[in-house]
Design a protein. Structure first.
Length: 337
């Protein structure tokens, strides 16, 4: 985002009604048009939108424009989840997914309860379902949303990425098409020190959905390499990328290491606890660890091993919320004594 403060009205079209008889459950899903996002393009700044409870509308805003109020958090939770645009009832499944995230992952008992500092990285948000995010009461009260509309996705895309940033995490910059967010975090002060922190640092978070299918094998290393380069910029304290890496073949297994990223998962590719796709529903293809959290392993940052969420999660009408499991982890800024 830019540094100037903005309070421009942003009024999205209302979400379509959805229920058990909605045409959403019947219509044929179009073939995915990724529109091959040009990740070699120059960074394109995006403005997040923030819901004003007073004005009852979303507005574009700069969260850091009036300065940073301490104390800042030194840690935050990171959730990544491909929520599957292609299966039937994308709107109903997204609504159920947001409810699951609020209630089961972040343990917020009511929509008015705010979670601890966090970032939520969603992939495969359907064009049809996008406005459900903006209409969600919990999202309105707790998060900034980027992008502000599906018009910010690659031209012709039927689905895209959405990042939700906790209002407790000041942010200074957002770009696409690997969706990047720069967060301000505190370096913890020594125990019993009178000061709040030992300084403020900037960490970059990327939300990505790498090219799919075997024919995308040549594109995936290039895409992840560009993301890694951005996460390793000299003025950053650290960088993390989460999302659907589409790691479907042997050539995908070493990409992260090749581009200088560390996999937060410490087990093997075959371990069941790491598998994120292929069970909901059972597939004719081998179950795989498609979704990952990768980070720049440098001093001053720690990323915990992620755990799966969304395992067995269904809508009230019986559909799986997604064919993917999500991953949740904790990211920490640590002292370097």
């Amino acid at each position: 985002m830019f540094d100037s403060d903005i309070d421009e009205p942003f009024i999205p079209s209302p979400p379509s009604e959805f229920d058990g008889t909605s045409s959403d459950t019947q219509q044929a899903v179009p073939l995915p048009i990724r529109g091959r996002s040009n990740m070699l393009d120059i960074p394109r700044p995006l403005r997040a939108v923030r819901y004003s409870m007073h004005k009852k509308r979303w507005a574009q805003t700069s969260n850091c424009a009036r300065g940073i109020k301490e104390p800042l958090p030194s840690s935050f939770r990171l959730l990544t989840w491909n929520i599957d645009f292609a299966s039937k009832a994308p709107k109903r499944r997204l609504a159920a997914g947001l409810e699951y995230i609020r209630r089961d992952v972040f343990e917020c008992k009511t929509p008015s309860e705010r979670p601890n500092p966090c970032c939520i990285l969603l992939q495969e948000v359907s064009v049809q379902a996008f406005t459900l995010i903006l209409a969600n009461e919990w999202i309105q009260g707790s998060f900034l949303v980027v992008p502000s509309s599906t018009e910010k996705w690659p031209h012709g895309a039927h689905y895209g990425n959405v990042t939700l940033i906790s209002r407790m995490l000041p942010n200074s910059n957002m770009t696409r098409n690997g969706l990047f967010v720069d967060l301000k975090l505190a370096v913890p002060a020594p125990p019993h020190a009178p000061r709040l922190s030992d300084g403020i640092v900037q960490m970059r978070i990327a939300n990505t959905h790498l090219e799919s299918l075997p024919q995308g094998a040549r594109a995936r290393p290039e895409q992840l390499g560009i993301i890694a380069e951005s996460l390793q910029e000299y003025d950053l304290h650290g960088g993390v990328v989460g999302g659907d890496m589409n790691a479907i073949g042997p050539s995908d297994m070493g990409i992260a290491e090749q581009v200088g990223l560390t996999d937060a998962w410490q087990g093997s590719e075959e371990e069941e606890e790491g598998i994120t796709w292929g069970h909901q529903p059972p597939s004719q293809y081998p179950a795989r660890r498609l979704d990952k959290v990768l980070w720049v392993a440098r001093g001053g940052v720690e990323v915990e091993e992620p755990v799966r969420v969304g395992v067995g999660a269904k809508c009230g009408t019986g559909e799986w919320i997604s064919d993917h499991y999500g991953l949740v982890t904790n990211v920490h800024v640590v002292r370097q004594d």
